[in-house]
Ligand binder design. Structure first.
Ligand code: FES
Length: 107
């Protein structure tokens, strides 16, 4: 299967402040956009446990907490912290001219 590397403009970078996470809709489906100390990450906005919208949860100290059963994920990598061994579905991110672009797949 060929990876789709087309870049999609999803939002203005000024609308994603440091320490903030927001939900956006895209051709890739619902995305969770996060700004961790100036580094922007994009994940599928869906908990790998039972599919809750992670954007309805919490984000603090580099950790995303699912609103339903409190699973925790590293915002930098998407790796499960509690429980370990789980992984959020990441997307590639670029910032060009103040716009955040997303492509499918991991960087
Ligand atoms: S749906 Fe996220 S922890 Fe259960």
């Amino acid at each position: 299967m060929t990876e789709d590397l087309s870049w999609i403009d999803v939002m203005d970078s000024n609308d994603l402040w440091i320490g903030e996470m927001v939900a956006v809709e895209s051709v890739f489906g619902p995305l969770l956009m996060i700004n961790i100390d100036g580094a922007v990450r994009a994940y599928e906005n869906r908990c790998p446990h039972m599919g809750a919208r992670l954007s309805d949860g919490e984000f603090a100290n580099g950790v995303i907490v699912c609103p339903n059963h409190r699973w925790e994920f590293c915002a930098h990598s998407g790796r499960g912290i509690n429980p370990a061994g789980k992984q959020l579905n990441p997307h590639r991110v670029r910032i060009v001219g103040g716009r955040i672009l997303v492509a499918s797949g991991q960087s």
